[in-house]
Design a protein around this ligand. Structure first.
Ligand code: AN7
Length: 354
């Protein structure tokens, strides 16, 4: 039976043998071929989505949270805190509930997807909404943790990245090699740093021969890595990555430089278009922030920045069900309202078969 990333990759994780593992059997997510989309690009690429939306709380954060909460509990912590654009708070709340410890989450008021808020509340976290953005929340979390015994479970907690690096192990194990290019969204930049850490460790152990080129993509209104400096008022419909002051700034630049990769940005419209494309052509419903990974891969494959014939993996970081508001608002799917009569149903069907 599969029992989560700690049991699966324990030798690679800095946890005490005796530590009680707090797990929801996260990880082991599917690596799904995107053949229809790849064929459309017509560049002979092998294109995959690592669908992290299928983790227990619906995002990649669970990989990091199982390790962070396991270690926090092992150290005797009784309460954790994080700032969040939503997914970290959902994951922290769930794993803290499972561990039987308290959880405090600081979120930007009105700027997180409803599903994520529902998760944090349902799992019993204390939800603190601030009149500010994620970056304000992060600053406050650091300040309050200095004056209390709360454990920070944001990705500045090194155990978070340790857990999240296992995504690279899984991809390499599944492919029997690392991809040539790895595309993913970048917000606080923990995940790109963790991916790179995972590939680097597998390279060092000789499990893979070469690491991928790391391609990080941001929303145009929240693109500090593209601009080369912090952004004061980040703005994007992809609220998960509405971050202007990434905490893993140096680590992410290191990943970019060492892998000879790059950063790029996409408008909200391009992000939503790609989210729709994935849902309608590949059957995968990811959240807007995740779609930016495929938007980047598609653009860079088309322009041959990613060469023809490459093996490309996109990390789809979170599930589309987190944010049903956006999905319904942007969807152009026909919505037909009729009387409950056979003839009306037949007409609706015939109208759309044409
Ligand atoms: C779906 O939950 O920062 O670059 O507080 O939820 O590692 O920050 C979420 C980030 C990408 C960016 N995709 O990852 C939070 C939070 C989704 C996300 C990112 C996030 P990082």
């Amino acid at each position: 039976m599969y029992t989560g990333i700690i049991d699966r990759y324990r030798d690679y994780l800095p946890l005490r043998r005796q530590a009680r593992v707090i797990s929801l059997h996260e990880g082991n997510t599917p690596l799904i071929r995107l053949d229809t989309i790849a064929a459309q690009l017509n560049r002979g690429v092998e294109l995959y989505a690592k669908f992290e939306g299928l983790n227990p709380t619906g995002s990649f954060k669970d990989r990091g949270m199982t390790v962070a909460i396991t270690h926090a509990l092992d150290e005797g912590s009784r309460a954790v805190i994080c700032a969040s654009t939503g997914n970290t708070s959902a994951s922290a709340a769930a794993y803290a509930a499972r561990a039987g410890i308290r959880c405090f989450v600081i979120i930007p008021e009105g700027k997180i997807a409803l599903g994520k808020l529902a998760q944090a509340m349902m799992h019993g976290a204390v939800v603190i909404q601030i009149a500010g953005n994620f970056d304000d929340g992060m600053r406050l979390v650091k300040e309050v943790a200095e004056q209390t015994s709360l454990t920070i479970v944001n990705s500045i907690n090194p155990f978070r990245l340790q857990g999240q690096k296992t995504v690279s192990f899984e991809i390499s194990d599944a492919l029997g090699r690392a991809p040539d290019y790895h595309c993913l969204p970048v917000g606080n930049a923990g995940n790109i740093s963790a991916h790179w850490m995972g590939y680097s460790e597998y390279l060092q152990k000789g499990v893979i021969d070469a690491p991928p080129v790391m391609c990080g993509y941001q929303a145009a209104g929240a693109a500090p890595f593209v601009l080369g400096h912090k952004v004061d008022q980040p703005e994007t419909i992809a609220t998960a990555i509405r971050i202007g002051n990434p905490q893993s700034w140096d680590k992410a630049w290191d990943a970019q430089k060492r892998s000879e990769g790059w950063f790029d940005k996409f408008s909200d419209e391009e992000i939503l278009q790609t989210q729709g494309l994935l849902a309608q052509r590949a059957g995968i419903f990811c959240e807007p922030a995740s779609a930016v990974a495929l938007a980047g891969a598609m653009r860079d494959i088309t322009t041959a920045k990613i060469p023809a014939g490459s093996c490309v993996v996109c990390t789809l970081t979170g599930h589309g069900l987190k944010d049903p508001d956006i999905a319904i608002k942007q969807s152009r799917a026909p919505m037909i309202k009729i009387n409950a009569e056979l003839n009306a149903v037949k007409k609706a069907i015939l109208d759309h078969l044409a």
